[in-house]
Design a binder for this molecule. Structure first.
Ligand code: NAP
Length: 449
């Protein structure tokens, strides 16, 4: 008898977990349960719209989804449509793969003023996430500050400064393109509380800043050290040296004819958001590093800006019945084990670090735990029938769950609506996605009448 496993969340970590289970020596029936109709999580809603080549990784997920042992249940929200406790009862094992979708708060005075946006919400907005469709960020400003020196901060900066021409072959939704391209933005600031050596930018992403059609990257050469950090590992020194070279190379670029500037501001930590009823500026304190720690110098300066995006990391979300480490923003776990028959993978386990592929070894480890635990426990409790019980529950509750074929119909509608050169025109509202599925059914009904 096969074992039945439910995976909550159909983003990269959920798909790698399913794939790892398929490679196992045990026989599994695997159900991927996703709150939205659309699969692929951060590949669709996190990876920047101008990084379409990164999104091609979904081809591997597609192979997993099409394996006959795998079923997809989209538009099923655990906690609303079905309880975690119910899934634990009807499946031999449950894997939490819900990522880290919530913004970390900017805990400084004024950090909650209108005009301050978290990166998860902001990126979700320009990537057409239904939950962030109505964010409507106010970009009526010449100057935007992005707090954080990670790749998400770079993504946001690029989307804000690229021209309509540079975004023409992307899937940036119309509403976001119209808002960004009508905005009078001239200066974007990337704020790092540490220095260039500690920035978390990967070099490929940093180098892209030299290629922008209408924007010049600007670095204060006085903030660039001569050498990588002496105490760093050989590998880190190599990475630091590359980023230093790239940052230095920006000085040789010409800004002639370019209307926008992307300013790298290192050793500056935000201390207060300024403004009466909304953001008018950001007060920063100059910092230095002591034994790797950020230390304030007491010297502050004000940066006038009309919008702030805090790209300072995200956290997972607590689900009813899940132990949660609120400090770290992850599901409490010991090497991915949460409780008997309950596991966690990806950013919900580790926090928001690493690249897409980092989820693979993580998934392999969880699959090995599950294999060992189920082998020890004996034959399947559920006779592999978790999905029948799930479908009964969903049908009883009138949940309009969708299959992988249904998703493919939504995807086909998005591709058909795309203008030449665009990969897709995303459907944004859940109701619009579901309407695609109702159209053929309605047409069939009309024909029968
Ligand atoms: P990240 O790489 O952890 O960067 C977060 C940044 O925020 C750091 O510079 C951090 O500074 C800063 N920060 C945190 N709290 C702060 C505070 N209170 N005040 C000021 N600054 C603060 O996170 P991320 O950019 O959100 O990216 C998440 C993961 O996704 C990363 O692994 C990233 O590489 C990956 N990603 C990859 C790509 C790509 O490959 N193209 C694209 C997007 C995301 P400290 O270092 O001082 O803590």
């Amino acid at each position: 008898m096969p074992f039945s496993v439910a995976i909550i969340g159909a983003g990269p970590s959920g798909f790698y977990a399913a794939e790892a289970l398929l490679r196992s020596s045990l026989d599994f029936r695997i159900d991927l349960i996703e709150g939205l109709p659309t699969p692929f999580g951060l590949i669709r809603f996190g990876v920047a719209p101008d990084h379409q080549s990164t999104k091609r990784v979904v081809r591997a997920y597609e192979r997993t989804a099409k394996d006959e042992a795998v079923h997809y249940y989209g538009n099923v929200e655990v906690g609303r449509d079905v309880a975690l406790s119910e899934l634990r009862r009807i499946y031999d094992a449950v894997i939490i793969a819900i990522g880290a979708p919530l913004d970390r708060e900017l805990k400084i005075p004024g950090g909650d003023k209108p005009g301050v946006y978290g990166s998860a919400a902001f990126v979700g907005w320009y990537n057409g996430h239904p939950a962030h469709r109505d964010l409507a960020p106010d970009l009526e400003t010449e100057s935007v500050a992005i707090i954080g020196n990670g790749n998400v901060a770079l993504d946001i900066a690029r989307v804000l400064v690229k021209t309509p021409g540079e975004m023409a072959t992307t899937d940036l939704p119309d509403y976001a393109g119209e808002a960004v391209h009508a905005a009078p933005i001239k200066d974007v600031y990337l704020i790092g509380r540490r220095g260039p050596l500690e920035a978390k930018f990967t070099n490929v992403e940093l180098r892209e800043m030299a290629q922008l059609a209408d924007c010049l990257p600007v670095v204060d050469p006085g903030q660039l050290p001569e050498e990588p950090a002496a105490e760093a590992s050989e590998r880190d020194r190599r990475l630091q040296a590359k980023n230093l070279d790239t940052l230095r190379s920006f000085a040789a670029l010409s800004g002639a004819g370019k209307r926008k500037r992307l300013h790298f501001k290192f050793f500056s930590r935000p201390v207060e958001v300024l403004g009466e009823s909304r953001v008018e500026g950001l007060r920063l304190e100059r910092t230095r590093l002591e034994a790797g720690n950020v230390v304030g110098t007491g010297e502050t300066f004000d940066l006038p800006c009309g919008a702030i995006v805090a790209a300072i990391g995200t956290r997972s979300r607590p689900l009813n019945g899940l132990p949660f480490d609120a400090n770290r923003g992850v599901v409490t776990n010991r090497r991915g084990r949460v409780a008997k028959g309950l596991y966690v993978v990806g950013w919900a386990r580790r926090g928001p670090t690493g690249v897409i592929g980092t989820n693979k070894p993580d998934a392999d480890e969880i699959a090995a735990h599950i294999e060992a635990d189920l082998t020890e426990a004996g034959p399947s409790r559920t006779s592999g029938s978790g999905r029948l019980a799930l479908e009964d529950l969903l049908d009883e509750r009138g949940v309009a769950w969708i299959s992988y074929e249904d998703w493919k119909a939504i995807e086909a509608a998005e591709e058909a609506a795309a203008e030449p050169g665009m990969p897709r025109k995303k459907l944004i509202r859940v109701a619009e996605m579901l309407a695609v599925l109702n159209e053929p059914r309605a047409a069939q009904r009309d024909e029968a009448d």
